[in-house]
Write a protein that binds this ligand. Structure first.
Ligand SMILES: O=C(O)[C@H](O)[C@@H](O)[C@H](O)[C@H](O)COP(=O)(O)O
Length: 246
């Protein structure tokens, strides 16, 4: 493992998938522990996709204070929570939160609602109730990924989604040309408010989008650039193949 830091984010390079999972789980667990010590509880926002799975499965093996953690989702694909495409289903299983004995407080996005805007509004209301109406919605730790097209969460390029700043949760229309179903997503203000953001990426296909995300430019072109203005700690946990060498 090797690490570099810039003024705005840290980069940790894992040498293997196992090390990537272990380091990712360690960062999340430490953020949870710090939150529980400081505020008595931890609020975690989870991304979907394929990369976080090993990190979540590693976390499931750790002694977490489950009765002090509220689990939320960064985004969700439109459809039933039992669908194989569901971020809720995947993360809940990988984290072992579906076990009856897991005193888990999970708060899924209701993306099965045909009225996604209404579902977005309900999730936003839940966030405001949880964090307090007058307070910022500052997750203690948030996992994100980055798409080959530079999206993060469900803020996709050339959709204007990265610029949404009047809501905490947005409904994103389907993009049939990209084979993307409609989605619910936290918006950039929430991503940028988190105390710790852990961006998980592995594989050579991520090199170019990561290099773009680390450079100034239009956020609508590379929505992961919103993290350049994040308020909290941002850690990019990548493997050697994903690390931009150019
Ligand atoms: O719902 C989703 O798919 C995720 O929230 C999405 O933003 C993901 O993080 C990226 O697409 C990267 O996905 P991979 O980890 O599979 O590369």
């Amino acid at each position: 493992m090797s690490e570099v830091s810039t003024a705005r984010f840290e980069v940790t390079v894992a040498e293997s998938e196992a090390e990537h999972a272990a380091l990712g789980a360690e960062i999340v667990a430490r953020a949870i522990d710090a939150a529980v010590r400081a505020r008595g509880s931890a609020r975690v926002a989870l991304s979907g996709g394929s990369t976080p799975g090993p990190v979540y499965r590693k976390l499931a093996q750790m002694a977490l204070p489950l009765d002090r953690i509220d689990w939320f989702w960064v985004d969700e694909r439109a459809g039933d929570p039992t669908s194989p495409r569901s971020n809720f289903r995947a993360a809940r299983a990988d984290l072992g939160l579906d076990r009856a004995d897991a005193a888990a407080r999970v708060h899924r996005m209701e993306a099965e609602d045909p009225d996604l805007a209404a579902a977005a509004a309900r999730y936003e209301a839940l966030l405001r109730r949880t964090f307090g109406v007058a307070s910022a919605v500052a997750f203690d730790v948030m996992t994100l990924g980055i798409g080959d097209d530079g999206h993060t969460a469900s803020l996709f390029p050339a959709t204007g989604a990265a610029a949404i700043d009047d809501r905490l949760v947005a409904a994103i229309g389907a993009q049939p040309a990209k084979g993307l179903e409609a989605r619910l997503t936290l918006t950039a203000p929430v991503l940028c408010e988190a105390r710790t953001v852990l961006v998980l990426a592995r594989g050579a296909a991520k090199q170019r989008p990561i290099a773009s995300a680390w450079s100034e430019g239009p956020e609508d072109e590379v929505p992961a650039r919103v993290l350049l203005r994040a308020q909290g700690r941002v850690v990019w946990l990548v493997d050697r193949d994903a690390y931009p060498t150019g």
